[in-house]
Design a protein around this ligand. Structure first.
Ligand SMILES: Nc1ncnc2c1ncn2[C@@H]1O[C@H](COP(=O)(O)OP(=O)(O)OP(=O)(O)O)[C@@H](O)[C@H]1O
Ligand SMILES: [Mg+2]
Length: 415
């Protein structure tokens, strides 16, 4: 592998850290060469709450991936998720001059920079600028204005604004593990890149990443992200419910969730029982499987309804979103696809990642549930796209401390 063709992705999750190393082959296809997984520790709802164990887990995952790929990794694209990131629409504009002229790449970069400089709450910065749609003079809906002629160019964009503290701490952990971060992406954005097919995008699609400590989502139409966000509970919340209700252990709850639970509780025989270990080491207890499934369903339904309501709040009513794709480890819960179809009144399916990268045998070799690596695979897909000759270069988030010059620029850069 030549160093230039190596791409690295790092997804520091609440349950596990996943590192991927990929190569872009001569046909431009992504081929995953290295996979490293380590149990996560020191993370809560997407935030680092204890630095050292996070650094150790990142190091372990990266070393495993390096060993498999037989290349060292020094730079990565990394994901970040949590309620400390929020999205909103914005508009930026640049004057091309007093006379008409051709739009060039520099103008597009200036627009992105202008969008990044927009006023954010104290201690926040723009993380990602997405969904560019351009207007050149009076002509709206332009996808790529380069080489077109006009006087004023503006861009509507969906920007993700992130609290600086949690992001800086995560970057510090990654740096301490020996890696530089080229760019951070809000997790559901790469998840959408990895999972939604072209047809699903065209018709409007939602990706929901049901992780361990977070549930994140993005609504996408065509190339545009129209809504994104996260809730600070994921599949681990089901474990909490089962532990509290049945006084069982974490492992007992995990086993019951993965092997016995279903969201379709009415299909479970009311007389069926299962054995759960007792929390206080007092042997096992027998519980109704149907009752357990009812508890699981209630929690998951509540989460899905929160996601659906948040999307309704952010996306204009007229926008159709006809498909939902579920990813993340928690998406493997039995009956979740059917329940999602009910809540969203849309088609739903479990993510499959084979469309995006040749990852089958490597992902099969890791112990992860198959839809868990969606975010990391999406990061690679983004890196591959960014490496194409005509795409604009990756732009790092601006420094966290906002100087007077930036504040002044922010005042005047928006229409
Ligand atoms: N078959 C299954 N049924 C139900 N839940 C499952 C199944 N397999 C895995 N999970 C759950 O998936 C969760 C882990 O998901 P994932 O690997 O996406 O975690 P993560 O990315 O580290 O978490 P987060 O995205 O919140 O940071 C765990 O809570 C696990 O119990
Ligand atoms: Mg995750």
């Amino acid at each position: 592998m030549s160093p230039a063709s190596i791409l690295g992705a790092l997804d520091v999750g609440n349950r596990r850290v996943l590192a991927l190393i990929a190569e872009v082959d001569e046909r431009g296809e992504l081929v995953i060469r290295g996979v490293g997984v380590a149990a996560s520790a020191g993370m809560r709802h997407g935030q680092v709450v204890q630095l050292k164990p996070v650094v150790t887990a990142i190091r372990a995952a990266v070393e495993e991936a390096e060993l498999m790929a037989r290349v060292p990794l020094s730079r990565v694209l990394a994901s970040v998720a949590g309620t400390f990131i929020i999205g909103k629409f914005t508009r930026a504009a640049v004057m091309l001059g007093s006379r008409e002229r051709e739009v060039n790449l520099r103008d597009l970069e200036e627009l992105v920079e202008a969008a990044r400089r927009q006023p954010s709450p104290p201690g926040h910065s723009v993380l990602n600028v997405l969904s560019h749609a351009y207007t050149l003079d009076d002509q709206e809906g332009i996808v790529d204005p380069q080489e077109m002629v006009g006087r004023q160019l503006s861009m509507d964009a969906y920007v993700l604004i992130c609290q600086d503290g949690p992001l800086r701490t995560l970057e510090k952990a990654i740096n301490a593990a020996g890696l530089e971060v080229d760019e951070f992406l809000f997790s559901p954005v790469p998840a959408a890149l990895a999972t939604l097919s072209d047809d699903e995008r065209r018709l409007g699609g939602v990706v929901i990443d049901v992780g361990h400590g977070n549930t994140t989502f993005a609504a996408v139409v065509g190339d545009r992200v129209l809504a994104a966000g996260s809730f600070p509970f994921g599949s681990a919340k089901i474990n909490d419910d089962l532990i509290q209700l049945f006084q069982t252990t974490f492992d007992g709850a995990e086993k019951a969730k993965c092997e016995a639970a279903t969201c379709l509780h009415t299909e479970v025989d009311p007389d069926e029982t299962l054995s759960l270990p007792s929390m206080h080491g007092r042997g096992a207890q027998v519980v109704s499987r149907r009752e357990l499934c009812k508890v699981v369903r209630a929690r998951v339904q509540e989460t899905l309804e929160l996601v659906a309501n948040e999307i309704l709040r952010q996306v204009p009513e007229s926008t159709a979103l006809r498909n939902v794709v579920l990813c993340g480890g928690g998406a493997h819960l039995d009956g979740l696809v059917a329940l999602t179809e009910e809540v969203f009144s849309s088609r739903a399916r479990l993510a499959d990642l084979e469309r995006v990268a040749d990852a089958t045998h490597l992902l099969a070799s890791s112990e992860l549930p198959p839809a868990s690596p969606a975010v990391a695979v999406g990061l690679l897909a983004h890196a591959r796209r960014a490496a194409l000759p005509d795409s604009p270069p990756l732009v790092r988030p601006r420094p966290a401390r906002v100087g007077w010059l930036q504040r002044l620029a922010a005042k005047f850069s928006f229409s």
